[in-house]
Write a protein that binds this ligand. Structure first.
Ligand code: WT7
Length: 659
């Protein structure tokens, strides 16, 4: 494992004077003081912030309980309600008429809601859920697209203490079924359809298909929000319309006060083995970090217009759309569509239209928009007035310095700092990131830990690695918004995140290094069998399982990642068929069949870019698939591995051919 650190003497961008003066964390000394405070009294630091950022019903007296490590408890005796913190609190503080969400639909129509209006919608939806018998601790699966209704659905669950699990609208019926079954959800919230890139796509029909696959007996009701008004099938007694039910519900709803450790949500994410894991998050600690990082990392002020382009189906959309911005009373843009519809100028046009001041997106989007605006193009950012912008953010995968520079110059006009935020589904919020008024930037580096986060680089035995060398990224102390468990699988939680050789440190699964002089972190990518395709996390084993479940055709399959200019990594599958190895047109036809199969099993995001057929797969004498060799073949590298033990060396040549 090696991480390429930015070259010595790489360009530094110092925070501008205005930000250093006015930012919430103003200047390197302010950052250093917070770091020192956390080091001197770790629990005292977090307790102080928990009292400042969260409105507690019952004040906390305990901060951190490590007695059942690695199962940690934060603010255990405090009680709160997350939706109260996000909505009622703003209304009570006199911000009821402030815009909470500016929603722009795929087709460009704009709808806004104030904090008072959002509170009322959430209360009505909460009352609907309660009237259907949903109560504290029940699980609710949400399969909706980017919409105010999606945020309302999440907040309504939080209000009544139900634990939500949002499933990304791009996942297939099979993936949705697996998640519904694993959570034991009592209810599914969905919409008739979603609209993306000018097309109406099914949601409710996929819920029907998922439930028909079986194993979802826990589901009593499906509540459908009308989006497009399409004519869809409703199962009498099971399926209900949200708008019809909500209209007759009271506009107020007493929140359910829950202990800080109460599970706010489960979110499924891929690991190196087995099915996706249900990452379980808390209420109190999670909300604290969501609010705190939204405020400090983006230096968010009352007049800002914040826009995070992530989908609510991913953790970024949870923390930086559904919870963080609302918890600090911000105004934010929520966008239904995609960056390239009607053309690649959509993001820039929306920034201009809504006077966005803080823009948070993924490197994969930036790279594809660079491509789209190459040369003289009407979709180039320079064609738009982006002068409202003051801070830019990046998330989901390493941002290469060239893309960083383009983003900085072409989008940010050279004046907006870029916060390159490293974190994960499991960490709940930002872990390593610049703070705009405090941190000098180096393109390609996520710089330094958020104050109070004890990030470090160690070797396989947990020993610290000196700056200038690469190793394994760990977090040495528990933090408030950390994963609490893998849903009903304590063993998997332990083995995935707290392997015994790492001395009680949290294992992030990424390789990283720190700069010899500055101590800045650079993330190298996953060190396990997890791929990052366009910022989407996928396990190679999941895709292999999907391929071999195509029993009509596939005998054996191995999946590896290879670097890709636009998507960061691409999925490359090596397949042995039951029948003879296909060539030419037949190989192309079968590759298409398998791609669609994977799309149906997992979702379109998991479709392999390359599919290669061989008579068999290269294996060691003991029968293990030679994955390193496959990785070299996928990258088109010269083969340096010893292949003298291969029974059939001809497969190497077969496997270099893409279809
Ligand atoms: C993995 C986590 C963070 C929310 C969205 C993804 C990679 C994430 C960065 C970054 C380099 C990054 C890591 C991490 N990653 N942010 N700024 N620089 N790599 O959450 O799906 O849980 O994926 O994304 O590999 O482990 P996720």
């Amino acid at each position: 494992m090696s991480t390429t650190l930015p070259a010595a003497g790489a360009t530094h961008y110092a925070p501008n004077a205005e930000l250093t003066r006015t930012a919430h964390v103003s200047g390197p000394e302010a950052y250093a003081a917070l770091v020192a405070e956390a080091e001197a009294d770790y629990e005292g630091y977090w307790a102080r912030l928990a009292r400042e950022f969260v409105a507690w019903k019952t004040p906390l007296t305990k901060t951190l309980d490590t007695s059942e490590a690695p199962f940690f408890k934060w603010f255990e005796d405090g009680t709160l309600n997350v939706s109260y913190n996000c909505l009622d609190r703003q209304v009570e503080a006199g911000s009821g008429d402030k815009t909470a969400i500016i929603f722009e639909a795929d087709g460009g129509e704009v709808t806004t809601v104030t904090y008072s209006q959002l509170l009322e919608r959430v209360c009505r939806a909460s009352n609907v859920l309660r009237s259907l018998g949903v109560s504290k601790g029940d699980r609710v699966v949400i399969y909706m697209s980017m919409s105010i209704d999606g945020v309302v659905a999440m907040q309504a669950c939080a209000r009544i203490g139900a634990t939500h699990s949002v499933v990304f609208g791009g996942f297939s019926a099979q993936s949705l079924r697996d998640r519904i079954a694993d959570t034991g959800a009592v209810l599914v919230l969905t919409a008739d359809q979603q609209v993306r890139g000018g097309k109406s796509l099914p949601l409710k029909a996929i819920v029907d298909e998922a439930l028909a696959l079986g194993g979802c007996d826990s589901v009593r009701q499906v509540v459908v929000t009308r989006r497009t008004g399409a004519d869809i099938a409703m199962v009498p007694g099971r399926d209900l319309w949200m708008q019809e039910l909500a209209g007759s519900q009271p506009s107020a709803c007493e929140p359910e006060w829950v202990p800080a450790e109460h599970p706010l949500f489960l979110l499924y994410t891929s690991g190196s083995t087995g099915k996706p894991k249900g990452v379980q998050h808390s209420s109190g600690g999670y909300l604290l970090h969501a609010a705190l990082t939204t405020k400090w990392t983006f230096d968010l002020k009352p007049d800002d217009v914040f826009w995070c382009t992530a989908d609510i189906g991913w953790v970024t959309g949870h923390t930086y759309i559904a919870y963080g911005p609302l918890a600090i009373g911000a105004t934010q843009v929520v966008f239904e569509g995609i960056p390239i519809f009607p053309d690649a100028g959509r993001f820039w046009q929306m920034i201009e239209r809504h006077q966005v001041t803080i823009f948070y997106t993924a490197p994969t989007a930036i790279r594809s928009l660079i491509k789209a605006s190459d040369g003289i193009s009407a979709s180039h950012p320079r064609e738009f007035d982006l002068s409202s912008l003051r801070i830019l953010g990046s998330v989901g995968e390493p941002i290469n310095p060239a893309a960083w520079e383009w983003y900085h110059e072409q989008v940010g006009g050279g004046r907006c700092p870029i916060v390159d935020t490293w974190w994960q589904t499991e960490t709940g919020g930002h872990m390593i990131t610049p703070l705009p008024g405090a941190t000098a930037l180096v393109p390609g580096s996520c710089t330094l830990p958020f104050p109070g986060i004890m990030a470090a680089i160690v070797d396989e035995t947990g020993e610290d690695v000196p700056n200038g060398q690469s190793g394994i990224l760990v977090i040495k102390k528990p933090w408030p918004s950390m994963i609490r468990n893998v849903w009903h699988d304590e063993e998997r939680y332990r083995s995935s995140y707290y392997p015994p050789e790492l001395r009680g440190y949290y294992l992030a699964g990424d390789g990283a290094g720190r700069d010899a002089q500055t101590g800045y972190f650079t993330i190298g990518g996953r060190i396990d069998d997890v791929l990052n395709v366009s910022g989407h996390r996928m396990g190679t084993m999941e895709i292999e399982s999907a391929l071999v479940s195509c029993t009509d055709h596939v005998a054996e399959a191995a999946v590896v990642g290879r670097p890709d200019e636009t998507s960061g990594e691409a999925v490359c599958a090596f397949v042995v068929l039951k029948g003879p190895r296909p060539e030419g047109e037949e190989a192309k036809r079968l590759a298409a069949v398998l791609r669609n199969w994977v799309g149906k099993e997992i979702g379109p995001i998991a479709k392999p870019k390359d599919i290669r057929f061989g008579d068999n797969l290269p294996k060691t004498r003991s029968g293990k698939i030679m994955r390193r060799l496959l990785r070299s073949i996928a990258r088109g590298e010269e083969i340096t591995q010893d292949i003298s033990t291969l029974e059939n060396p001809a497969v190497i040549e077969q496997l270099t051919r893409t279809n």
